[in-house]
Design a protein around this ligand. Structure first.
Ligand SMILES: [Mg+2]
Length: 292
């Protein structure tokens, strides 16, 4: 049965909105449209900031297999299939079963610990690149003074390793982090985004969440947030749906193949038209307008 994707397959219900108009802003209040000022962007990490599954977790699994003396190797296409199994430990157990091999709990725990060690080392080394347009948009938001928070279902250690590798000496621009260590319920539960709203002190109608998955979209939507979707490469079902049955109308969340660069515009599947295929601060602001 298809999962329901609020706001993607059907118009997003419009909750009661207390519209905040910033009198200092010349946009778009001058046009008489009541919108909240963009105050914060909440970033998902895995699949949104970077392709951490294929470029991070996959090589870490392979390094763990080598260190443990297993002759296993997960290439990109095999790993994309294995992602149907949630959780690394369960994924290794399922693959062992596919091969007709049995791994005991102790062996699985050892492999999981080795894999985590390699993932942290790999991430800190800067080997995982940001997705197209991410560095550009982060810099623009930082320059404009828009708060940026991380809202992820990953553990804090994995996130800090990635941020260290990507931003190195200059330091990362995020004002706060909500990780799996902070909430009892992971996405698609709204708890991570609700906690981010509480801790950041930002009103919900001044926030855009950027996500790559159905679970992330559900979580952000349930917290009442506007959400821009950039499906990650392994979200095949989402890609297929957007490709074959793109939702029509401006009332749906904006969905792009990535955030876009001037020299590499992103394909857009839904949401208000984005000239040039490059998601900018101004475009995120436009998503806060009533009717979007
Ligand atoms: Mg994600």
């Amino acid at each position: 049965m298809d999962a329901v994707i609020p706001g993607l397959l059907q118009p997003r219900p419009t909750p009661e909105r207390a519209c905040i108009v910033n009198p200092a802003s010349s946009w778009p209040c001058d046009r008489g449209i009541q919108v909240a000022e963009l105050q914060a962007v909440f970033w998902d990490v895995d699949g949104t900031l970077a392709d951490t599954e294929l470029e991070g977790h996959r090589p870490a699994f392979n390094a763990a297999f080598r260190e443990a003396g297993l002759d296993w190797h997960w290439d990109r296409s095999l790993y994309a299939e294995l992602l149907a199994v949630a959780g690394g430990r369960q994924r290794m157990a399922a693959y062992a079963a596919m091969r007709g091999e049995a791994l005991g709990d102790t062996r699985l725990d050892q492999l999981r610990a080795l894999k985590q060690k390699h993932y942290l080392t790999h991430s800190r080394s800067g080997a995982i690149a940001l997705r197209p347009g991410v560095a550009r948009l982060i810099a623009a938001l930082q320059q404009a003074g828009v708060k940026q928070w991380i809202v992820t279902s990953s553990g804090a250690a994995s996130v800090h390793a990635l941020l260290t590798g990507v931003f190195a000496a200059e330091g990362h621009p995020f004002a706060g982090l909500i990780s799996a260590d902070d909430v009892a319920a992971a996405k698609p539960d709204p708890a991570p985004y609700q906690l981010a709203l509480e801790r950041s002190g930002v009103a919900w109608d001044g926030v855009v969440a950027i996500e790559d998955s159905e679970a992330g979209l559900l979580s952000a939507s349930a917290a009442g947030l506007r959400c821009l979707l950039t499906p990650s490469p392994w979200e095949e079902r989402l890609h297929t749906r957007l490709r074959n049955d793109p939702p029509a109308g401006a009332s749906h969340p904006a969905a792009f193949e990535h955030l876009g660069e001037a020299e590499a515009p992103a394909r857009q599947w839904s949401g208000p038209p984005c000239p040039g295929g490059v998601v900018t601060l101004e475009y995120l602001q436009s998503l806060l307008a009533d009717g979007n």
